[in-house]
Design a protein around this ligand. Structure first.
Ligand SMILES: Cc1cc2nc3c(=O)[nH]c(=O)nc-3n(C[C@H](O)[C@H](O)[C@H](O)COP(=O)(O)O)c2cc1C
Ligand SMILES: CCCCCCC(=O)C(=O)O
Length: 377
């Protein structure tokens, strides 16, 4: 029996730290799905760089400050958010739980944590939106080659109440992932992650036969749409014209690209190396952040992901100029290990730990966090 099917779950039985969730997921999942979440590009060097960057910055607390009232709220694109972190877009959640993305979406709605739904979700964006009601959600786009399909995804997202679009540009070609090669595993080839494609009228109109009759051709077409290796700044500027929602670019690690993103119409930048899954030997995101913040010069908000595991990590990113962060693998492992209960526990612990860290560092609101919080070793 899966851990999430047990009816006697209580918080006492659940893992607490990231490595415990990872271990629980490893025990429960088959090698293919576990490896798909766990793996990084090549030697895994970028995942290590992400964590090392967080370790190099140390918090220098202030004392004798009134920390009796604490506030974790932030504002982004005119919306008030309860916490300074999002659940990152993670596709193919059906390899982790039968209900896929409906589970993190539901928990986000319950806890007030904003959710970024992946383009390659197992569930269609409308079904996920129904689960979230009025809660804050953004939609992540892998820009398709087909412009009509792009338009269709953007319009569907707006209609379904997604309040911003995140265009991910670091994965037009999937990274060299040795764990997946070893396991000969790619979830899409088993039909996972097709929730938005198989419900899209433009996509379906391109098929000779419906997915129920020829799944493989449909999956290969969806993958080909995302394998958009011709994508350039001009294409990004076109997407800008196609939506009036706030538009963020995810996958930036170079200060020049941050500037180009703004010049081509980005309303926000997500400093990300895709959790170290794309390019081996890349710069850790926290290391990249200060120069990007400088390059953006306050013109747009900067968000960051890749390696966020704890409240301390969140505070460090905010201190170096991020407006918010995104959290990936922690909730994916919890989803596999304990379903809704697991994702809720991870979120609640992260909120609580961030509040503890804020207070014990001598601050009572995130607006008081700046570079003076940190020293670099
Ligand atoms: C299994 C898995 C699937 C992912 N799928 C997507 C995706 O569909 N779209 C996207 O923009 N990023 C995707 N990402 C990257 C995350 O959005 C995020 O950048 C990364 O997980 C953050 O690093 P962390 O896992 O160390 O927190 C995926 C990451 C994982 C682990
Ligand atoms: C066009 C499909 C690319 C999907 C990549 C999924 C992902 O982001 C990841 O595995 O990482």
């Amino acid at each position: 029996m899966n851990y999430y099917e047990r009816s006697d779950l209580s918080i006492r039985h659940l893992p607490v730290a990231f490595h415990e969730w990872e271990q629980k997921a490893r025990e429960i999942l088959a090698a293919g799905p576990f490896g798909y979440v766990y793996g990084g590009a090549g030697a895994g060097d970028t995942m290590i760089a992400n964590r090392k960057a967080f370790e190099r910055y140390r918090i220098r607390p202030r004392i004798c400050c009134d920390i009796s009232k604490r506030d974790l709220t932030i504002r982004l694109f005119g919306q008030k958010l309860q916490v300074p972190f999002f659940l990152a877009p993670i596709g193919v959640n059906s390899i982790l739980h039968p209900d896929g993305e409906l589970v993190p979406a539901r928990v986000c709605a319950q806890t007030g944590v904003p959710y970024v739904l992946s383009n390659v979700s197992s569930q269609p964006m409308e079904k996920v939106a129904d689960e979230m009601k009025e809660a804050v959600r953004w939609f992540q786009l892998y820009p398709p080659k087909n412009k009509e399909l792009t338009q269709s995804f953007l319009e569907r997202a707006k209609k379904a109440g997604y309040s911003a679009i995140v265009v991910t540009v670091d994965s037009t070609m999937l990274g060299w992932r040795e764990t997946d090669l070893r396991n000969a595993y790619l979830p899409f080839l088993e039909g996972h992650g097709m929730g938005n494609y198989f419900t899209d009228p433009v996509f379906l109109s391109q098929l000779k036969q419906p997915p129920e009759e020829d799944k493989q051709s449909a999956v290969l077409l969806a993958l080909d749409e995302g394998n958009n290796t011709c994508f350039t700044w001009e294409h990004f500027a076109e997407i800008r014209k196609r939506t009036d929602l706030p538009l963020l670019l995810k996958g930036v690690t170079h200060p020049h690209d941050a500037r180009l993103a703004i010049e081509h119409g980005a309303d926000g930048i997500i400093v990300s190396n895709h959790g170290g899954r794309q390019l081996d030997g890349a710069i850790g995101t926290l290391e990249a952040l200060p120069e990007i913040v400088q390059s953006a010069a306050g013109d747009v908000p900067i968000l960051l992901d890749s390696g966020i595991r704890r409240g301390a990590d969140i505070l460090k990113a905010l201190a170096l100029g991020a407006s918010a962060v995104l959290v990936g693998r922690p909730y994916a492992y919890a989803l596999a290990a304990a379903g809704e209960t697991g994702v809720k526990a991870v979120i609640e612990n992260l909120v609580a730990e961030t509040e503890f860290q804020l207070a014990i560092s001598g601050r009572s609101s995130l607006q008081e966090i700046d570079a003076s919080l940190l020293t670099k070793m």
